[in-house]
Design a protein around this ligand. Sequence first.
Ligand SMILES: *Cc1c(COP(=O)(O)O)cnc(C)c1O
Length: 383
Amino acid sequence: MLADLARQLEKLDADGLTRRPPTLQAPCGPVATIDGRTLISFASNDYLGLANDPAVIDAAIDGARHWGVGAGASALVSGHFAPHAELERRLAEFVGYPRALFFSTGYLANIGIVPTLVGRGDAVFADRLNHASLIDAVQLSRADSHRYPHGDLAALERLLVSRPARRRLILTDAVFSMDGDVAPLPELLDLAERYDAWLVIDDAHGFGVLGHQGRGSLDHCCLKKSPRIVYMGTLGKAAGVSGAFVAAEATVIDWLLQRARSHIFTTASPPLLANALLAALDLIAEGESRRMHLAGLRAQLRSGLADTRWRLLPSPTAIQPVLVGDNHEVVAVAAALAERGLWVPAIRPPTVPAGQARLRVSLSAAHATAHVSQLVDALRALD
Ligand SMILES: *Cc1c(COP(=O)(O)O)cnc(C)c1O
């Protein structure tokens, strides 16, 4: 086995696909320190700059002093503390659903939701560009899996017409993590209603960023309330901390609480993090100026690159991908940017389809306009 793994690693290397996690020596923020070097970072999903916010840090410290550092057990046994309960109540109210359930991560939330709602003999209809956690969730569920081309409502409708099943679930990212575009949520809900399916929406990149007060993609799309919607938001991106939640009808949440294995068989998230998240939620709700600044940075980047060879995907969000195509070229461009003191991740297959390697520029309200100017100048110099 070792020889076989070594051969496969060599092949990854030859294809320009070897990945190594950089070790950071300073907190998450617009400027990163790696190997003693300082780089302007466009690499995190800390879209509102809350990961190192003083009020959130204070809430975490207060939380640690009051609640200690560990939850001690899974939520159902003895790990569900007052800050968890308060957070679930506040999150449900914030996104406008009757109840919410807190998970330790978005990955765990997704692999909890899908197998709890569907199983053998049921059917799942999933956008091809959905996040890996939703793809894994479908496999775990053992439901029949039907994938439709990205955003292709006609293809989805054909599948819904031709694939009957006891229960049917449409699964979609709300904001696609490597493209930054927003799913056609009202149209998806319309199809769910017409063809008796449910709609699971993963809003990892919309919660906190899109919609009134950062309430997320449902608000952004003016989606009407529906009992068919199961909404998942993550709390490690715009919320700056860690964790995720599912919001839905009370019956759905109660069922998840009884059955979601990734909630039941894992130690609960430390209550100090729930405490920090309560503070982050206040900052999200009051964060209009952060979101305005973020929108300004996005406009600055797009207009700065408009007359160059760099092709920005048409994203209305903080995720601004620059399509390059070739794996080796994207690595070379990222290296050239790094030489100029800029850190932009090169995203390659299998994270994106073959031939669509890209730079994933991730903007944050913590960036100054000068940071974006440096990125624009460097990309123009490499044009
Ligand atoms: C990041 C992400 C997740 C996973 O969330 P974590 O809290 O990081 O585990 C799920 N879905 C999408 C679309 C994501 O981008």
